[in-house]
Design a protein around this ligand. Structure first.
Ligand code: MN
Length: 306
């Protein structure tokens, strides 16, 4: 097989939850907890490879595949400065030829992730947004115009973002009728959690990949609350009926090769249980890196035995 260099990834922490104006604050502590959990996963590397048990494959994992770029310069009292710093971190990582993984922090960070990806080059950006919520709030008195309820709305306003090539996955329960009107006016596709449960992740991922096909670059925006609180209790809000941890991991594995950046938000160590959610978040990041870096190659064949 020809030697192809894998895409390489840089983790950027954004320990900021000042825009968590509803729900529980605490996601500022997530980057440190997720980094700790990553350490346990990365120790399974040997001689530049890692063995993925899900598909029985060996994946290249050279030393440079995954790097920790530290935290972006969040300013706790200054939302705009924090969003700017996060966008700069994403843009500069892409300019260095690496794939950024921005770890929130609250979900206001979806917007600077999209902004940094948009500013990194010409052409259009599609956002694949996994979330229990739509985050399409324009503004209100309590939350203003930049909060963890408005990230997707602000991203959709960026000229480079192709809203009709973007898609939201995992939403459930109730939201504002004005958000439905915005979605319909903009042609923003929505695949709610109920539909993912009925159709399965393989078919949904195929539809998502077809839907974003026309975009030049893709942001995978992952609010941990798209996962059911039974699987991810450490979140900013609990919405029952969400994805299982398996469904979330499977979607990330399938979408990773098409994604040019990832933002992972709303992991909340203050509501977590025995680091369960930080651990799941670390595995979401690890699968994003392993499956997006290079396809797996001949490994041991999967067996049917227990
Ligand atoms: Mn959410």
């Amino acid at each position: 097989m020809p030697a192809t260099a894998p895409r390489c990834y840089t983790l950027l922490g954004a320990p900021f939850d000042g825009a968590a104006t509803l729900g529980w604050p605490g996601s500022r502590y997530a980057p440190a907890r997720i980094r700790d959990a990553m350490g346990w996963i990365l120790q399974r590397r040997e001689n530049g490879q890692i063995y993925c048990l899900d598909h029985g494959q060996l994946h290249p994992f050279p030393e440079d595949l995954f790097a920790d770029g530290g935290d972006v310069a969040v300013v706790a009292h200054d939302l705009e400065a924090t969003l700017r710093a996060a966008a700069d971190g994403v843009r500069e990582t892409l300019a260095a030829g690496r794939v950024p993984i921005l770890l929130g922090g609250d979900d206001s960070l979806l917007f600077p992730a999209a902004r940094g990806l948009a500013e990194a080059g010409e052409g259009t950006v599609a956002v694949v947004h996994l979330d229990a919520h739509l985050d399409l709030l324009d503004r209100n008195e309590q939350q203003g115009s930049h909060s963890h309820s408005s990230g997707m709305r602000r991203a959709a306003e960026l000229p480079a973002v192709d809203v009709s090539a973007s898609v939201q996955l995992g939403a459930r329960h109730f939201n504002f009728p004005s958000s439905l009107r915005f979605r319909e006016a903009q042609g923003l596709r929505n695949i709610p959690a109920a539909e993912i449960h009925r159709r399965g992740t393989e078919r949904v991922a195929e539809e998502v990949l077809a839907h974003v096909a026309g975009a030049d670059r893709v942001l995978l925006a992952f609010d941990i609350d798209c996962i059911d609180p039974a699987h991810a209790p450490g979140a900013g809000a609990h919405e029952p009926g969400g994805l299982t941890s398996f469904q979330a991991l499977d979607l990330v594995q399938r979408l990773a090769p098409r994604a040019d950046a990832m933002v992972l938000t709303e992991v909340n160590p203050l509501t977590d249980l025995h680091e369960q959610t930080a651990n799941l978040a670390a595995y979401l990041v690890a699968h994003f890196v392993v499956h997006g870096g290079l396809p797996g190659t001949a490994g041991p064949a999967p067996t049917l035995e227990a």
